[in-house]
Structure formats: structure tokens, C-alpha cells
Design a protein around this ligand. Structure first.
Ligand SMILES: Cc1ncc(COP(=O)(O)O)c(C=O)c1O
Length: 438
């Protein structure tokens, strides 16, 4: 579906032309979006996947391939924003779900499944002594923050500018009107000295500090070890609960970035792929904090949720983590990701363009700028229009990456040939668009 391109004088013009080409070859996706507009605001129920002029309507996925409503197929380099690590329609996960369906799926009580998945997770994530299941990463963070506030008796939570922790608490913009009404302190990611000073200043009011050990959606920006260790040391000193949001990053080693860095938080939030690609989340950590939920206690904290232990998610997660994304598979996938990122950066270096890929292992992000990227403020200095163009140009070459943010997350069925296709597509982009770089 490659369209003839004109030589564009500037990025804005090139982007308009790319969008027009996209609209021309995707009439069914456009019609699907139009049909959704009367019933949902803007035809959308998930902000992060919308893009202009209209989103692709997907109809099918298999392995590492996606098919859209206009008959195009793409290599999937997003894997459902990290949740689809197993690839589409994995036969092992499918069987686990089908086997459970034979036994009924609304049993309305305990089963053996929840403890089985809990013990797999506890074996993998060093901070987790006990855990509870929820249905999303948002909920996992919400309960971690809330239990920290109860445990410490303090009101405030500290996070970092540009960090996303789900719909209830995002530090992306000071003006997010949907944040829960909770006192917040906002630091700058990777600013060791400034953050240490902020923690000391607000210690008496801080219940928790929450952060991702690598900002995922924010641009695959790793936290420095120094930054993580400082937060661990300061939170311990002041009796503040340290929460690692590993909703995305838990896939980056056999036990998340906490295992890889050795910085062990008090509480951890999980989500995404841990339920085999079905709606899932878990929050857990220190036994003395989590045991406050023990329903045998007269003063137990309440935490219900109809689908917390839904058998589909649990069965899929047990097979997913127990048999498919094993510790060995995690190590191998992340090593492949590191190799891919190096190849992509070599393409940028050879071409001498202001473009780079950041990340760790199986998660990477493209940035249209040179130099170190330590926080979202650095990332924002990149050419965002060129990054949008990158998305449309890669689509033309049958490669699907995250529309707005350039995020890529690898899934297990991606082959070396798929990697070669991505590298070639990036090579084509830097050559064809060379004159548009800053
Ligand atoms: C770091 C992080 N935390 C929390 C969430 C929220 O997870 P969910 O979308 O499952 O609610 C996300 C989602 O992308 C995330 O990236």
C-alpha cells in the first residue's frame, strides 16, 4: 500500500499528505469510526488509542500479525501496549480459557486458581510477599496508594511529572481534572538532588512515593539506579511507602525491573500481561501491609471486586506465566529487544539524523532528537510531528507502532525476519524523510 510521495517542504505538509493517503486507503476504518460517533464521545472509549484523522478498525490478530477492516495486514510491534506479550490467539492460552469455559465462569466464590497464580507471581517478584488481584493496572495502583495512606496515616502521594499511573492518578498534567482528590507532591523524574530535597521537605505528609522504574508510555525513559536507590533510602528513612508501578515494566526481566536493579519497593503494582492478555491487575508487597486486608480480622480493610478472581483471567495467567512467559522466555525476549534497539540506533547513527530509540529489553520508544533523555521534559524537545509521520510511514510499510507516542513492545511470536522488516522500514523512513529532520 505504499503511496507515491511528493517531496515535502516541511513536516506539517508531509504529515497532512500522509494522513490524506491513510484516509484514502482506509475507507472501512473511517466508516467504522463514523458509526461509533453517535454513541460514544468522539467514537472512542479509550483515549490512548485514538488518533487523527480516525483510528484503524481491527478485525483479527494471529501470532504477531494484525488485520484491519480494509484488508491490510501489519506486523504488530505494540502488543496491546505491553499486555499482549503472548501474541494473538496463543493456542496454549486459548486452551486454558476453553477448558475453564467447560466448567462455568461465574462461580461466585473462591477457587484454587487465585492462589496458584499468586504463588507464580510471588516467586518472580522479590518485593511481593502477599498480593491481591484486581482487574486493571489502574486499580492496582489505586489500592496500593490507598493502603499506603491507611498504613501511614498520612495524606499525600508523591509522583513525577509526566508519569501515568492509570486513569485515577496521572502526573502528566497538573490540570488533569479526573485525578482523585488526593494531596500530591510532584517531582522531576531522574532529578536525584531535587527529589531528595522534596522528599525531605514533605516527609511528614507523604504516605507514598509512586513511580515506574522505566517510564513506559512516557517514552521508555529508564530511571537511573542512583535515582531509584535514593528514593529507596529516603523512603525507608522517613517511613514512606515506596510503590513501584511495574504494570508495564514487570515484563523486562523474569522479575521486573526490581529484580534487575535490586531496588526492592514496599509495594508493587502489576497488570497488563499477567492475566494471559485478559483484563488483569494485582497489587502486593510487604506482608505487614497486605495483611490488613485479611478478612478474618475484625478490623480488616474491605476490598471486594466481582471479577477480582474471575476464572478466565486466572486460568489464562497461570498458563501464560507458568508455561509460556517463563523466566527463561523473559530473559530471551529482553535480550532480543536489546539487540533490536541497538540495530535501530545504528540506523539513526549511520544516517546522522536527530532520532533515537530509548528503552530496555522488549520495550522501546522512538524520539526525534539527539542527546540524553532523562525525563519527559527532555523528550518533549523532540520533533513530535515527525514522530507522527513516522507512525504513518511505517504503517505504509506494514509495521504497526503506537500512533502518538512511538512506543513499541515486543511479543513472543515476532521473528527475526519481523525485526529485519522493522529495521528496513526505519531505514526507509530516515532516507526518505532525511530533509525533514531538525
Ligand atoms: C505504568 C502504568 N500504570 C498503570 C496503567 C494502567 O493500567 P490499566 O490500563 O490496566 O488500567 C498503565 C496503562 O498503560 C501503565 O502504563
Amino acid at each position: 500500500m505504499t503511496a507515491a510521495r511528493s517531496i515535502n517542504a516541511d513536516v506539517a505538509e508531509a504529515l497532512e499528505e500522509a494522513k490524506a493517503n491513510y484516509a484514502r486507503v482506509n475507507p472501512t476504518s473511517r466508516a467504522t469510526h463514523q458509526k461509533a460517533i453517535p454513541t460514544m464521545p468522539g467514537g472512542n472509549t479509550r483515549t490512548g488509542i485514538f488518533f487523527d484523522p480516525f483510528p484503524i478498525a481491527w478485525v483479527r490478530g494471529e501470532g504477531a500479525r494484525l488485520w484491519d477492516a480494509d484488508g491490510h495486514d501489519y506486523i504488530d510491534f505494540i502488543s496491546e501496549a505491553t499486555a499482549g506479550i503472548y501474541g494473538h490467539s496463543h493456542p496454549g492460552i486459548r486452551k486454558a480459557i476453553e477448558d475453564r469455559m467447560d466448567l462455568g465462569w461465574n462461580l461466585g466464590g473462591h477457587t484454587a486458581l487465585e492462589a496458584e497464580l499468586a504463588s507464580i507471581l510471588i516467586d518472580r517478584f522479590p518485593s511481593i510477599e502477599r498480593l491481591r488481584f484486581v482487574n486493571s493496572g489502574t486499580e492496582a495502583n489505586m489500592f496500593n496508594v490507598q493502603v499506603a495512606r491507611v498504613a501511614t496515616g498520612r495524606p499525600a502521594v508523591m509522583g513525577f511529572n509526566g508519569c501515568y499511573h492509570g486513569g485515577f492518578l496521572t502526573f502528566t498534567a497538573a490540570t488533569n481534572p479526573l485525578n482523585v482528590p488526593c494531596e500530591t507532591v510532584v517531582g522531576t523524574y531522574n532529578d536525584v538532588e531535587g527529589t531528595a530535597a522534596l522528599i525531605d521537605k514533605h516527609a511528614d505528609r507523604l504516605a507514598a512515593i509512586i513511580f515506574e522504574p522505566m517510564m513506559g508510555g512516557g517514552g521508555c525513559i529508564p530511571a537511573s539506579l542512583e535515582f531509584m536507590q535514593m528514593i529507596r533510602e529516603r523512603t525507608r528513612k522517613h517511613g514512606i511507602v515506596m510503590i513501584l508501578d511495574e504494570v508495564m515494566t514487570s515484563r523486562l526481566s523474569s522479575g521486573g525491573l526490581q529484580l534487575k536493579t535490586g531496588v526492592i519497593p514496599d509495594l508493587t503494582s502489576l497488570g497488563k500481561y499477567i492475566g494471559g492478555g485478559l483484563p488483569a491487575g494485582a497489587f502486593g508487597g510487604r506482608a505487614d501491609i497486605l495483611d490488613r486486608f485479611d478478612p478474618r480480622k475484625s478490623d480488616a480493610l474491605p476490598h471486594s471486586g466481582t471479577y477480582n478472581n474471575n476464572v478466565m483471567t486466572l486460568a489464562a495467567g497461570i498458563v501464560g506465566l507458568g508455561k509460556i512467559y517463563t523466566k527463561e522466555a523473559a530473559t530471551a525476549l529482553n535480550a532480543r529487544g536489546d539487540g533490536l534497539r541497538k540495530r535501530l540506533n545504528a540506523v539513526c547513527d549511520r544516517a546522522g539524523v536527530a532520532m533515537q530509540f530509548t528503552g530496555i529489553g522488549s520495550m522501546l520508544s522512538v524520539h526525534m532528537r539527539r542527546g540524553e533523555i532523562r525525563n519527559p521534559q527532555d523528550a518533549a524537545k523532540g520533533n513530535t510531528k515527525l514522530r507522527e509521520l513516522f507512525f504513518f510511514d511505517l504503517l505504509e510499510q506494514g509495521v504497526h507502532v503506537m500512533p502518538k507516542r512511538g512506543l513499541m513492545a515486543l511479543c513472543l511470536p515476532l521473528t527475526d525476519a519481523d525485526f529485519d522488516t522493522l529495521v528496513a522500514a526505519v531505514e526507509e523512513f530516515v532516507q526518505a524523510r532525511r530533509s525533514l529532520f531538525d
